[in-house]
Ligand binder design. Structure first.
Ligand SMILES: Cc1cc2nc3c(=O)[nH]c(=O)nc-3n(C[C@H](O)[C@H](O)[C@H](O)COP(=O)(O)O)c2cc1C
Length: 251
Protein backbone atom coordinates (compact mmCIF):
# COMPACT_ATOMS: atom_id res chain seq x y z
CA UNK A 1 0.00 0.00 0.00
CA UNK A 2 1.28 3.45 -0.91
CA UNK A 3 1.63 5.69 2.08
CA UNK A 4 -0.04 9.07 1.97
CA UNK A 5 3.16 11.15 2.06
CA UNK A 6 4.40 9.25 -1.02
CA UNK A 7 1.14 10.02 -2.83
CA UNK A 8 1.65 13.73 -2.19
CA UNK A 9 5.38 13.82 -2.85
CA UNK A 10 5.35 11.64 -5.99
CA UNK A 11 2.37 13.20 -7.73
CA UNK A 12 2.49 14.89 -11.11
CA UNK A 13 -0.10 16.22 -13.52
CA UNK A 14 -1.32 13.63 -16.02
CA UNK A 15 -2.42 14.82 -19.46
CA UNK A 16 -2.73 11.45 -21.27
CA UNK A 17 -5.33 8.88 -20.27
CA UNK A 18 -5.95 5.24 -21.15
CA UNK A 19 -9.28 4.13 -22.62
CA UNK A 20 -10.13 2.31 -19.37
CA UNK A 21 -13.35 3.83 -17.98
CA UNK A 22 -13.66 5.42 -14.55
CA UNK A 23 -16.70 3.76 -13.07
CA UNK A 24 -19.51 5.73 -11.48
CA UNK A 25 -19.17 4.04 -8.10
CA UNK A 26 -15.51 5.03 -7.82
CA UNK A 27 -16.20 8.57 -9.07
CA UNK A 28 -18.99 8.92 -6.48
CA UNK A 29 -16.66 7.79 -3.72
CA UNK A 30 -14.03 10.35 -4.80
CA UNK A 31 -16.62 13.11 -4.89
CA UNK A 32 -17.90 12.09 -1.45
CA UNK A 33 -14.34 12.37 -0.13
CA UNK A 34 -13.95 15.75 -1.84
CA UNK A 35 -17.11 16.99 -0.18
CA UNK A 36 -15.61 16.25 3.25
CA UNK A 37 -13.31 19.25 2.65
CA UNK A 38 -13.75 22.22 4.96
CA UNK A 39 -16.07 24.93 3.67
CA UNK A 40 -16.99 28.38 4.95
CA UNK A 41 -19.55 27.95 7.74
CA UNK A 42 -20.24 24.50 6.29
CA UNK A 43 -22.42 26.27 3.72
CA UNK A 44 -20.99 24.17 0.86
CA UNK A 45 -21.43 26.98 -1.61
CA UNK A 46 -20.15 25.03 -4.60
CA UNK A 47 -21.42 22.66 -7.29
CA UNK A 48 -19.59 20.12 -9.42
CA UNK A 49 -20.68 19.42 -13.00
CA UNK A 50 -19.67 15.96 -14.26
CA UNK A 51 -19.17 15.72 -18.01
CA UNK A 52 -18.84 12.25 -19.52
CA UNK A 53 -20.79 12.72 -22.74
CA UNK A 54 -18.44 12.80 -25.77
CA UNK A 55 -20.42 15.48 -27.59
CA UNK A 56 -20.56 17.66 -24.49
CA UNK A 57 -16.80 17.35 -24.09
CA UNK A 58 -16.38 18.37 -27.73
CA UNK A 59 -18.67 21.34 -27.11
CA UNK A 60 -16.59 22.38 -24.10
CA UNK A 61 -13.24 21.96 -25.86
CA UNK A 62 -13.04 25.40 -27.55
CA UNK A 63 -13.67 27.07 -24.18
CA UNK A 64 -10.53 25.30 -22.99
CA UNK A 65 -8.59 26.38 -26.09
CA UNK A 66 -8.97 22.83 -27.43
CA UNK A 67 -6.58 21.33 -24.90
CA UNK A 68 -6.75 17.65 -25.80
CA UNK A 69 -7.35 16.46 -22.22
CA UNK A 70 -10.95 17.69 -22.40
CA UNK A 71 -11.94 15.27 -25.15
CA UNK A 72 -9.48 12.49 -24.26
CA UNK A 73 -10.22 12.18 -20.52
CA UNK A 74 -13.15 9.92 -19.60
CA UNK A 75 -14.32 12.39 -16.95
CA UNK A 76 -14.33 16.19 -16.90
CA UNK A 77 -15.28 17.94 -13.67
CA UNK A 78 -16.20 21.63 -13.62
CA UNK A 79 -16.08 23.07 -10.11
CA UNK A 80 -18.32 26.09 -9.59
CA UNK A 81 -18.69 28.75 -6.96
CA UNK A 82 -22.42 28.42 -6.24
CA UNK A 83 -24.62 30.61 -4.05
CA UNK A 84 -27.73 29.79 -6.11
CA UNK A 85 -28.76 26.76 -4.03
CA UNK A 86 -28.00 28.45 -0.71
CA UNK A 87 -29.86 31.63 -1.73
CA UNK A 88 -32.91 29.54 -2.64
CA UNK A 89 -32.83 27.77 0.71
CA UNK A 90 -32.64 31.14 2.51
CA UNK A 91 -35.56 32.55 0.52
CA UNK A 92 -37.69 29.47 1.16
CA UNK A 93 -37.07 29.87 4.91
CA UNK A 94 -37.87 33.57 5.15
CA UNK A 95 -34.15 34.42 5.47
CA UNK A 96 -32.72 37.37 3.53
CA UNK A 97 -29.53 36.32 1.66
CA UNK A 98 -26.85 39.00 1.40
CA UNK A 99 -24.62 37.13 -1.01
CA UNK A 100 -24.73 39.32 -4.12
CA UNK A 101 -21.26 40.77 -3.61
CA UNK A 102 -17.61 40.12 -4.41
CA UNK A 103 -16.76 38.76 -0.95
CA UNK A 104 -19.43 36.08 -1.39
CA UNK A 105 -17.95 35.13 -4.76
CA UNK A 106 -14.53 34.73 -3.11
CA UNK A 107 -16.08 32.64 -0.32
CA UNK A 108 -17.75 30.33 -2.82
CA UNK A 109 -14.66 30.19 -5.07
CA UNK A 110 -12.46 29.21 -2.12
CA UNK A 111 -14.94 26.48 -1.10
CA UNK A 112 -15.07 25.15 -4.67
CA UNK A 113 -11.28 25.07 -5.00
CA UNK A 114 -10.79 23.28 -1.68
CA UNK A 115 -13.26 20.62 -2.77
CA UNK A 116 -11.56 20.36 -6.17
CA UNK A 117 -8.15 19.82 -4.65
CA UNK A 118 -9.51 17.25 -2.20
CA UNK A 119 -11.13 15.33 -5.08
CA UNK A 120 -7.78 15.48 -6.91
CA UNK A 121 -5.85 14.05 -3.97
CA UNK A 122 -8.48 11.34 -3.50
CA UNK A 123 -8.23 10.49 -7.21
CA UNK A 124 -4.44 10.42 -7.18
CA UNK A 125 -4.48 8.21 -4.09
CA UNK A 126 -6.22 5.45 -6.09
CA UNK A 127 -3.86 5.84 -9.06
CA UNK A 128 -5.99 8.10 -11.25
CA UNK A 129 -4.37 11.02 -13.07
CA UNK A 130 -5.68 14.57 -13.03
CA UNK A 131 -5.08 17.82 -14.83
CA UNK A 132 -6.47 21.20 -13.81
CA UNK A 133 -7.57 23.50 -16.61
CA UNK A 134 -7.09 27.17 -15.81
CA UNK A 135 -8.92 28.06 -19.00
CA UNK A 136 -12.18 27.88 -17.02
CA UNK A 137 -11.74 31.39 -15.62
CA UNK A 138 -10.71 32.70 -19.06
CA UNK A 139 -13.87 31.53 -20.76
CA UNK A 140 -16.31 31.33 -17.86
CA UNK A 141 -18.90 33.21 -19.94
CA UNK A 142 -18.98 30.45 -22.59
CA UNK A 143 -18.88 27.62 -20.04
CA UNK A 144 -21.86 29.16 -18.20
CA UNK A 145 -23.89 28.87 -21.42
CA UNK A 146 -22.70 25.36 -22.27
CA UNK A 147 -23.42 23.96 -18.79
CA UNK A 148 -26.65 25.95 -18.23
CA UNK A 149 -25.30 27.59 -15.07
CA UNK A 150 -27.91 29.90 -13.50
CA UNK A 151 -27.32 33.25 -11.80
CA UNK A 152 -25.29 32.81 -8.62
CA UNK A 153 -23.07 30.14 -10.21
CA UNK A 154 -19.58 30.77 -11.68
CA UNK A 155 -17.21 28.02 -12.89
CA UNK A 156 -13.82 28.45 -11.21
CA UNK A 157 -11.80 25.46 -12.32
CA UNK A 158 -11.99 22.29 -14.37
CA UNK A 159 -10.27 18.97 -13.71
CA UNK A 160 -9.81 16.20 -16.26
CA UNK A 161 -9.64 12.74 -14.76
CA UNK A 162 -8.69 9.29 -16.02
CA UNK A 163 -6.34 6.34 -15.68
CA UNK A 164 -2.84 7.49 -16.69
CA UNK A 165 -1.30 6.38 -19.95
CA UNK A 166 1.88 8.38 -19.39
CA UNK A 167 4.39 8.72 -16.60
CA UNK A 168 5.96 12.13 -17.09
CA UNK A 169 8.93 13.25 -15.06
CA UNK A 170 8.12 15.27 -11.99
CA UNK A 171 8.72 18.93 -12.55
CA UNK A 172 10.59 21.31 -10.30
CA UNK A 173 9.45 23.40 -7.37
CA UNK A 174 11.10 26.45 -5.87
CA UNK A 175 13.09 25.54 -2.75
CA UNK A 176 10.87 25.54 0.34
CA UNK A 177 12.76 28.50 1.85
CA UNK A 178 11.69 30.58 -1.17
CA UNK A 179 8.02 30.35 -0.27
CA UNK A 180 8.18 30.24 3.54
CA UNK A 181 8.30 33.28 5.80
CA UNK A 182 8.64 32.92 9.54
CA UNK A 183 6.37 35.17 11.61
CA UNK A 184 6.71 38.13 9.22
CA UNK A 185 7.07 38.44 5.47
CA UNK A 186 10.70 39.22 4.64
CA UNK A 187 10.84 40.79 1.21
CA UNK A 188 13.18 39.36 -1.40
CA UNK A 189 16.50 41.01 -2.25
CA UNK A 190 17.84 40.72 -5.82
CA UNK A 191 20.30 38.13 -4.46
CA UNK A 192 17.43 36.05 -3.03
CA UNK A 193 15.68 36.11 -6.40
CA UNK A 194 18.90 34.99 -8.12
CA UNK A 195 19.32 32.14 -5.65
CA UNK A 196 15.72 30.92 -5.57
CA UNK A 197 15.18 30.89 -9.36
CA UNK A 198 18.65 29.54 -10.25
CA UNK A 199 17.72 25.86 -10.35
CA UNK A 200 14.57 26.50 -12.40
CA UNK A 201 16.47 28.67 -14.89
CA UNK A 202 19.28 26.15 -15.24
CA UNK A 203 16.98 23.25 -16.10
CA UNK A 204 17.42 21.85 -19.59
CA UNK A 205 13.71 22.23 -20.42
CA UNK A 206 13.80 25.88 -19.31
CA UNK A 207 16.69 26.55 -21.69
CA UNK A 208 14.71 24.87 -24.45
CA UNK A 209 11.63 27.03 -23.73
CA UNK A 210 13.72 30.19 -23.91
CA UNK A 211 15.33 29.13 -27.19
CA UNK A 212 12.11 27.90 -28.84
CA UNK A 213 10.37 31.15 -28.02
CA UNK A 214 13.30 33.27 -29.06
CA UNK A 215 13.45 35.02 -25.68
CA UNK A 216 16.26 36.25 -23.44
CA UNK A 217 15.05 34.65 -20.23
CA UNK A 218 12.56 32.18 -18.80
CA UNK A 219 10.70 35.06 -17.13
CA UNK A 220 10.12 36.55 -20.61
CA UNK A 221 8.52 33.27 -21.71
CA UNK A 222 5.93 33.89 -18.99
CA UNK A 223 5.45 37.63 -19.59
CA UNK A 224 5.63 37.67 -23.40
CA UNK A 225 4.27 34.26 -24.41
CA UNK A 226 2.39 32.25 -21.78
CA UNK A 227 0.66 34.83 -19.58
CA UNK A 228 0.72 38.12 -21.49
CA UNK A 229 -0.50 41.40 -20.05
CA UNK A 230 -2.92 42.02 -22.95
CA UNK A 231 -4.52 38.58 -22.45
CA UNK A 232 -4.70 39.08 -18.70
CA UNK A 233 -6.50 42.39 -19.14
CA UNK A 234 -8.88 41.00 -21.75
CA UNK A 235 -9.85 37.88 -19.75
CA UNK A 236 -9.94 39.86 -16.53
CA UNK A 237 -12.63 42.06 -18.06
CA UNK A 238 -14.54 38.99 -19.27
CA UNK A 239 -14.47 37.55 -15.75
CA UNK A 240 -15.55 40.82 -14.15
CA UNK A 241 -18.50 40.91 -16.56
CA UNK A 242 -19.34 37.31 -15.65
CA UNK A 243 -19.32 38.15 -11.94
CA UNK A 244 -21.66 41.05 -12.63
CA UNK A 245 -23.99 38.99 -14.84
CA UNK A 246 -24.08 36.14 -12.30
CA UNK A 247 -25.08 38.55 -9.53
CA UNK A 248 -21.90 38.90 -7.50
CA UNK A 249 -21.27 42.65 -8.02
CA UNK A 250 -24.58 44.13 -6.93
CA UNK A 251 -23.30 45.98 -3.83
C1 LIG B 1 -5.37 26.40 -11.36
C2 LIG B 1 -4.54 25.57 -12.30
C3 LIG B 1 -4.71 25.70 -13.66
C4 LIG B 1 -4.00 24.89 -14.55
N1 LIG B 1 -4.26 24.97 -15.89
C5 LIG B 1 -3.67 24.11 -16.73
C6 LIG B 1 -4.04 24.09 -18.10
O1 LIG B 1 -4.91 24.86 -18.55
N2 LIG B 1 -3.43 23.19 -18.91
C7 LIG B 1 -2.48 22.31 -18.44
O2 LIG B 1 -1.98 21.52 -19.23
N3 LIG B 1 -2.12 22.30 -17.15
C8 LIG B 1 -2.70 23.16 -16.28
N4 LIG B 1 -2.38 23.14 -14.94
C9 LIG B 1 -1.38 22.18 -14.46
C10 LIG B 1 -0.06 22.90 -14.16
O3 LIG B 1 0.57 23.22 -15.37
C11 LIG B 1 0.81 22.00 -13.29
O4 LIG B 1 0.16 21.74 -12.07
C12 LIG B 1 2.17 22.63 -13.01
O5 LIG B 1 2.89 22.81 -14.18
C13 LIG B 1 2.97 21.78 -12.03
O6 LIG B 1 3.09 20.48 -12.57
P1 LIG B 1 2.72 19.20 -11.68
O7 LIG B 1 1.28 19.33 -11.28
O8 LIG B 1 2.96 18.01 -12.58
O9 LIG B 1 3.63 19.22 -10.50
C14 LIG B 1 -3.04 23.95 -14.05
C15 LIG B 1 -2.86 23.86 -12.66
C16 LIG B 1 -3.59 24.65 -11.80
C17 LIG B 1 -3.41 24.48 -10.32
Amino acid sequence: MTIFSDILMDRRTIRKYSSEPVDDKLLNELLMMGCRASTTGNMQVYSIIITRDEQKKKDLAPSHFNQKMITEAPVVLTFCADFNRFNKWCLQRNADPGYDNFLSFMTAAIDALLVAQTVCIAAESVGLGICYLGTTTYNADKIIGLLSLPKGVVPVTTVTLGWPSENPEQIDRLPLEAVIHRENYVDYTPADIERYYKEKEERKDSGQFVKENNKESLAQVFTDVRYKKADNIYFSNVLLRVLKDQGFMEQ
